[in-house]
Ligand binder design. Structure first.
Ligand code: GLA
Length: 386
């Protein structure tokens, strides 16, 4: 949908007049999965699709929320901006408003808000982070709060914890808020130090394959993994004073893994420690132009997420297995939280059509689902459009 069409929809809904527009992107993570809430490293990029928000302050004291993607609409007063409404989509923006209130920031006037998202929902490409970040960027600007971008990123993560009940790390909101065109964000999730690394892949495309098997991040499995990682830390602590698995080197882990009695918890920890190591190496490879090795590390990441972290499942594994059979595929892995959603693959330009055809046909045959493919465009983080 074009910006003009979006404006038209806003006018139809709320009447003509002045309006501001904002955008925040979804993300794809190249490598570094389930490491963020363990104080590890991640390497995501912001995408060209995301969430748009058109907003206008009004003279009323209430806030009207509507979306071109969702049927549910609501009008709520300032006092009610601190409680979730059932399991509705508005909890993401309301959750962000609530963070502003918590900071003691005041909304003297209400507003009309219209959202539109073009991130495939449930695909694990962070449609919810895009919704949160676009809300934070917009209200900070429209109400003149002028918050630091990193502050908005952290508030967006809190909104997800408190209003969606997902104890996520900071990767998605960070990528959506801080991403840069043609760069990936190499982020230390412990210190929040980051580096924007150019992703100039000559003759190679980043292909996202959507399994169309929705990832069920709120199903509790995600929080279960977070809890398992905490148990691993607890088991190690008597022997080494760590606060997070990210503090363990692979060598530390080899020495201490025997202290983790529960074999499942031990496997989870192994994934985290090895994935952080793979991520750091992958960034070095990218900088050195060693894309072949980058691909090997992506494949290793998938295997670890499959066998040790157990967040893949039949659809994601099938997508990866079929992708591996195509000549010209440099690396392929699941991306995001897992349990459905998308894979990310590096594919040579000349192999992209074959990839889509071959993987698409075989995946559909094996799963009975129709996949979707997108050639990723790496874009800027959240911004004001008009
Ligand atoms: C989801 C979470 C992120 C991160 C990934 C897995 O996308 O929101 O914080 O943990 O899963 O890497």
């Amino acid at each position: 949908m074009s910006i003009e069409e979006l404006k038209q929809k806003f006018f139809e809904k709320y009447g003509e007049g002045r309006v501001n527009g904002y955008f925040a992107p979804g993300r794809v993570n190249l490598i570094g999965e389930h490491t963020d809430y363990n104080g590890g490293f991640v390497f995501p990029c912001a995408l060209s699709f995301g969430n748009y928000l058109l907003i206008r302050k009004t003279d009323r004291k209430t806030f009207r929320f509507a979306s071109l993607n969702m049927a549910f609409e609501t009008e709520i007063s300032v006092e009610d901006l601190n409680k979730p409404i059932g399991k509705e989509w508005v909890n993401y923006p309301i959750g962000v408003f609530a963070q502003f209130l918590k900071k003691g920031l005041k909304f003297e006037q209400g507003a009309d808000l219209l959202f539109f998202g073009d991130v495939p929902a449930g695909a694990g490409l962070s449609s919810s982070a895009a919704l949160e970040v676009v809300t934070g960027v917009a209200i900070s600007d429209v109400y003149g709060f002028d918050l630091d971008r990193l502050e908005i990123v952290k508030m967006s993560q809190k909104a997800e914890h408190e209003f969606a009940g997902v104890m996520c790390g900071i990767m998605d909101q960070f990528a959506s808020g801080m991403g840069k065109k043609d760069h990936a964000v190499y982020l230390n999730c412990d210190t929040l130090e980051y580096e924007l690394v150019p992703v100039l892949l000559k003759g190679i495309k980043i292909v996202i394959s959507n399994t169309n098997s929705p990832h069920k991040l709120d199903s509790g499995k995600y929080n279960e993994r977070v809890a398992e990682c905490h148990s691993a830390v607890k088991a190690i602590q008597p022997y080494k004073p760590i606060n997070a698995l990210g503090e363990l080197s692979p060598e530390d882990f080899d020495l201490l893994s025997g202290k983790i009695a529960d074999p499942t918890v031990r496997k989870r920890a192994k994934h985290v420690v090895t994935e952080i190591h793979r991520t750091n190496e992958a960034v070095e490879c990218l900088k050195a132009g060693d894309i072949a090795r980058f691909g090997v590390l992506m494949n290793g990441s998938h295997t670890s997420l499959k066998n040790d972290f157990e967040v893949t499942g039949f659809e994601l594994d099938t997508m990866v297995e079929e992708a591996m059979k195509v000549e010209g595929v440099i690396g392929t892995r699941m991306t995001g939280g897992g349990f459905g959603g998308c894979t990310v693959s590096l594919v040579k330009d000349e192999a992209v059509d074959k990839f889509i055809d071959f993987v698409g046909t075989n995946y559909a045959k094996k799963t009975g689902l129709t996949p979707k493919f997108y050639v990723a465009e790496i874009s800027d983080g959240g911004k004001k459009l008009f």
